[in-house]
Ligand binder design. Structure first.
Ligand SMILES: NC(=O)C1=CN([C@@H]2O[C@H](COP(=O)(O)OP(=O)(O)OC[C@H]3O[C@@H](n4cnc5c(N)ncnc54)[C@H](O)[C@@H]3O)[C@@H](O)[C@H]2O)C=CC1
Ligand SMILES: O=C([O-])CC(=O)C(=O)O
Length: 312
């Protein structure tokens, strides 16, 4: 299996590293526009192989897409990260052009790839890549839900003083402050979380999750990369090993949840064909209302893209 990661910055290099040391792919091509940058990162990851004992080949290239030819999966992380004081949506004018040009080059050389978008604003950059690629919607998907649920699970594990491994959760909606964590679908070793924690504490964790990306931007001056890079690698793994994992993933909705023509995170089964199935939960009225707020927010940013020149 061959995987390309576009963008050798913080998230892209972390993703490539996880793909390599966990031997998720046979070959990982890391590509960046900055001369020598991806070559250096890929060489560094390769030089770690004798220490960490893996044999995935990592190759770095500067903008040479011919080297990415026939990739099974392509992860797009190229684009600006936000700085303190910015929202993810503020990145749209720069990142839409980057995601568009990268997608054009990717599809030229890997017409059968599954594309995982990471660049922000995530839901709308998934829209951009879907539009530009012309691929079926099951093969152009966005990474956010695994990261957002991981943050939620990590916060819960801390509050309950238990292993994060035992916390199962699902979250829906856009990758922004209107995301919809779902306590009703959260369990700890099979026990409903609501039986283990006060509702005030749970509400505080839900709120912290929603602004989890911003918390890290404030601390570091740029956005997170360890958990995002690992989350993208986990999606690649589900696809290349046809694991049929159940994850929240951003896709285009066409009637599911009563929503059409919008890119949002929903639980899916992820396997060798990309999205194998969208899982439709029986949301209650409160959850439906929260999802509708999130849909409206993403739709507003999709409209911004729709009004940008040459979006397709
Ligand atoms: N979906 C999610 O949950 C997350 C999304 N992100 C997003 O991922 C993106 C990358 O973040 P970082 O890796 O921290 O940024 P970074 O600045 O460390 O890396 C971005 C890389 O993209 C490269 N690049 C720019 N234009 C390019 C082009 N046309 N072709 C190839 N490479 C190009 C840059 O040279 C740079 O090396 C940002 O948009 C960020 O907001 C970050 C974390 C989580
Ligand atoms: O917060 C950001 O800008 C990056 C991101 O999407 C995240 O870490 O959730």
């Amino acid at each position: 299996m061959k995987v390309t990661v576009v963008g050798a910055g913080n998230v892209g290099a972390t993703c490539a590293d996880v793909l390599a040391y966990r031997e998720i792919a046979n070959e990982v091509v890391l590509l960046d526009i900055k001369e020598g940058f991806a070559e250096g990162k890929a060489l560094d990851i390769w030089q770690k192989a004798p220490i960490n004992l893996y044999d995935t080949r990592t190759v770095g290239v500067t903008n040479d897409y011919s080297r990415t030819a026939d990739s099974d999966v392509v992860v797009i992380t190229s684009g600006l990260p936000r700085k303190p004081g910015m929202s993810r949506d503020d990145l749209i004018s720069t990142n839409a052009g980057i995601v568009k040009s990268v997608t054009e080059s990717v599809v030229k050389y890997s017409p059968n790839a599954i594309i995982i978008v990471v660049s922000n604003p995530l839901d709308v950059m998934t829209y951009q890549a879907h539009l530009t690629s012309g691929f079926p919607k099951t093969k152009v998907i966005g990474m956010a839900g695994i990261l957002d649920t991981a943050r939620y699970r990590a916060f819960l594990a801390e509050a309950l003083n238990c292993s994060p491994k035992d916390i199962q959760a699902v979250l829906m909606g856009g990758h922004g402050d209107t995301m919809v964590p779902l306590p009703r679908y959260t369990t700890v070793g099979g026990i409903p979380v609501t039986e283990l924690i006060d509702s005030d504490k749970l509400d505080a964790i839900v709120e912290r999750t929603k602004s989890g990306g911003g918390e890290l931007v404030k601390l570091m001056g740029t956005s997170a990369w360890y958990a995002p890079g690992s989350a993208a690698a986990q999606m690649v793994e589900a696809i290349v090993k046809d694991q049929r994992r159940v994850f929240p993933v951003c896709i285009k909705l066409d009637g599911e949840y009563g929503i059409s023509d919008c890119y949002l995170g929903v639980p899916v089964i992820l396997g060798k064909n990309g999205i194998e199935k969208v899982i439709e939960l029986q949301l209650n009225d409160e959850e439906k209302a929260l999802l509708e707020v999130s849909r409206q927010k993403v739709r507003e940013v999709m409209d911004v893209l729709d009004n940008m020149p040459a979006k397709a």
